[in-house]
Structures are given as structure tokens and as C-alpha cells.
Ligand binder design. Structure first.
Ligand code: GLN
Length: 200
């Protein structure tokens, strides 16, 4: 049986673009970097990487990408956001910089830099029932957390204190941490399944 490889874009304005591209390619996706509307029109799914959400926001506007990404999300394009990417998917954010906007689509409130300066970065083993065993080794780097979710949002993982750190809503997947930097590929696999389901 022949199957076409899903074509997945990584929004390549700023952030850890290469790490995502490497994981996706390793899972068999046909990966393209997306900086322009024409490149976005060519993909079956999009990853928004970690980095700095306020910078990606500004660059998306100067590259004429804000409206195309918003339209693509509204039309059901599968999108996976990690860390800054999760912030950019949220309909509502707290602690953004002055004038910071998001693409939106995810019915959630996300707090930027939620873990404060004393624990800028930490790693933890997370139980993710949708992925089964073993737990996900998750790296949080100046990470956000999800503070409120609407009824259509499924919580995929929480920290021990109940903080929501991974969510899914329809074709949108978001993690507050960086699976791409710890050798964890199951979230990307889940995302590619979402891309393949939509393409089918
Ligand atoms: N604190 C960053 C932001 O606000 C996110 C950090 C990350 O993506 N690792 O965008």
C-alpha cells in the first residue's frame, strides 16, 4: 500500500524551528519551513515552535502571516503549538507584553512566564493518559500554563498541583513544555495522526 507523507510546516519566524523539523522528519513527515502565506497554503498541518511569543507575534504581522494563520486555524488546519506556540494559539493571554496579540483558536486563557523567575526552567516526568506509559519527560523553559479552558478543550496533562500543561481542542494541540528537546516524539506522532485524519 502506498501512502502519501503528510506535508507539515513549521512556522519559522523565530524559535526552536530546527528541533521540530528534525522530530517531524524522523517520524516520516515531509517538512517545510513556513514564513510566507504561499508556504502556509502548501501544508496539511502547522507547528508553532517555542521561542518568544511576543516576537513571533510581531514578526507574523510584519511577514503578513497573522491573517493567513488565523484563517487557516478557523478553517480547521491542524496546528501544534509548544510553549510560545501554545501562547499564540490561546484566545486569551495574561502577562503578555503591551499590545501582544495571539492567533487564537484555542478556547483557553494562558499565562505567559507562569512559573516565575526562581523556576525559569525545570524538567519533570508527566503522566499523559492519552499517550500511556512511560511518562513524558517534559522540559519547561520560561513556560506558560493554561489557567482556564472552555468546554470544548480536553486536558491532556497536568502538573501534580493541578496546573494544566497540555491540551487538545479539535485540530489544535498545545503543550506548555518542549517535547522536541527531550527526545519525546509521542506528541508529534499524535499531531501527525491528527493531520492524517483530517487529510483522509
Ligand atoms: N516565555 C516565552 C514567551 O512568552 C515562552 C518560552 C518558550 O517558548 N520556551 O513566549
Amino acid at each position: 500500500m502506498t501512502s502519501t507523507r503528510p506535508r507539515v510546516g513549521v512556522l519559522a519566524l523565530q524559535g526552536d524551528v530546527r528541533e521540530h523539523a528534525r522530530v517531524l522528519a524522523g517520524l516520516g513527515a515531509d517538512v517545510g519551513l513556513v514564513r510566507r502565506p504561499r508556504e502556509l497554503a502548501d501544508v496539511d498541518g502547522l507547528v508553532i515552535p517555542g521561542g518568544e511569543s511576543s516576537v513571533i507575534d510581531k514578526l507574523s504581522r510584519s511577514f503578513g502571516m497573522r491573517e493567513p494563520v488565523r484563517d487557516a486555524i478557523a478553517s480547521g488546519l491542524p496546528v501544534f503549538g509548544t510553549c510560545a506556540g501554545l501562547i499564540l494559539l490561546a484566545d486569551r493571554i495574561t502577562d503578555g507584553i503591551e499590545g501582544q496579540q495571539t492567533f487564537g483558536g484555542l478556547d483557553a486563557t494562558v499565562r505567559r512566564n507562569a512559573f516565575g523567575s526562581q523556576v525559569d526552567s525545570f524538567e519533570v516526568d508527566l503522566d499523559v493518559p492519552a499517550l500511556g506509559a512511560p511518562p513524558v519527560h517534559a522540559a519547561f523553559i520560561r513556560a506558560p500554563r493554561v489557567e482556564q479552558v472552555g468546554p470544548g478543550v480536553e486536558t491532556l496533562a497536568t502538573l501534580v498541583d493541578g496546573d494544566i500543561v497540555a491540551v487538545r481542542q479539535g485540530a489544535l494541540l498545545g503543550t506548555a513544555f518542549h517535547p522536541e528537546v527531550t527526545g519525546e516524539h509521542r506528541f508529534h506522532r499524535m499531531f501527525l495522526d491528527m493531520v492524517e485524519q483530517r487529510a483522509a
